[in-house]
Design a protein around this ligand. Structure first.
Ligand code: PCA
Length: 325
């Protein structure tokens, strides 16, 4: 009964606000395509906010780098040039080292692991973003990262000297460790880079392989489950705090629903896109045991480097991650 009254009070407060005010308009910038599952989830989030706030806040999603390029979105939201944005969290690793926990190879093996990691990482990410005037709304993982290659990989020498597509500092380091030359290609340009023959291989998700129709240009897919990078959605704190309290609540409640929905969507597209790759002749191949062992060894080396560069906060996450299951 109490809850009903609370909901009724929120609705009444929102009703009055709507009569009293013209709607607030926000834009939300993302570097991913409109049809990406992350962007579809953002659009559902925007609709949810508009509905629950009874039209008091309208969020326009601006996909595909059209407002700002993926690499500029965090700074643009921080500077108030756009109210909200979505980035791949590991893209923040230069300023927020703990964000790099997402790309440590072979630490997260399942969606359950990814959830636990996010639970431990979230308070730190919130703190670092708050220091930059940003408020975290939610995070959703990409499906697990596999290895896509033009030529079959029978030994590590098959990767040496190849041109590996990368999407941030962490993936550049991984490419270097594999003896490949990193070629930075944002997601929106993968298709073009493949057509122009600028890359030989890449580590990304099955859904990114499908979205870029890699078949015919990249023939081999090894589902090595290397990591589960997350996209992070955030808002400029001043823009958030300028909202009336009931509208702020509408945003945080819709964000919690978007997070839950996004994780389910990610698992679903993981299955569907693996199936689609197989239908296109790219059945997941088992990587040779010697290559697998070497990848694991390099993963450990990467993780040691990362822990050293991050210091104390790495323990805050990984001590409970490994010891409090
Ligand atoms: N797709 C994005 C990020 C991770 C993924 O699976 C990309 O390849 O850029």
């Amino acid at each position: 009964m109490k809850k009903k009254w609370a909901v009724a009070a929120l609705l009444a407060a929102l009703g009055q606000l709507c009569l009293a005010q013209t709607p607030t308009q926000w834009q939300l910038a993302t570097g991913y395509r409109a049809e990406s599952f992350h962007t579809r989830n953002l659009s559902a989030f925007a609709l949810d906010v508009e509905k629950v706030s009874q039209g008091a806040l309208q969020i326009q999603v601006r996909p595909n780098n059209e407002l700002f390029k993926l690499a500029e979105i965090r700074q643009s939201v921080q500077d108030g040039r756009v109210q909200a944005g979505e980035v791949i969290m590991t893209g923040l690793v230069g300023e927020v080292p703990i964000a790099g926990a997402d790309t440590i190879p072979f630490v997260v093996q399942s969606y359950g692991d990814a959830r636990r990691l996010w639970g431990l990482q979230r308070p730190l990410i919130e703190k670092h973003l708050a220091e930059r005037g940003l408020k975290v709304l939610y995070a959703v993982p990409w499906p697990p990262q596999g290895l896509f290659t033009g030529a079959p990989v029978r030994s590590m020498t098959d990767l040496k000297g190849s041109r590996m597509r990368t999407y941030n500092l962490s993936t550049q380091r991984i490419a270097q460790m594999l003896g490949a030359s990193p070629v930075d290609v944002p997601m929106a340009e993968v298709n073009q880079a493949l057509s122009e023959g600028r890359v030989d291989n890449m580590i990304t998700s099955a859904v990114t392989g499908v979205e870029n129709k890699v078949w015919g240009r990249i023939g081999h897919y090894y589902p090595i489950n290397a990591w589960f990078p997350k996209n992070l959605v955030f808002v400029n704190v001043k823009a958030f705090e300028a909202l009336p309290i009931p509208v702020r609540e509408a945003v945080t409640q819709a964000a919690a629903r978007a997070e839950a929905r996004g994780w389910t969507m990610s698992e679903t597209v993981a299955t569907e896109s693996t199936r689609e790759l197989a239908a296109q002749g790219m059945k997941g191949e088992r990587i040779a045991p010697a290559v697998e062992a070497e990848l694991k060894r390099l993963g450990e080396k990467f993780s040691r480097e990362w822990v050293q560069s991050v210091g104390h906060e790495a323990n805050v996450i990984f001590v409970p991650y490994y010891f409090q299951r």
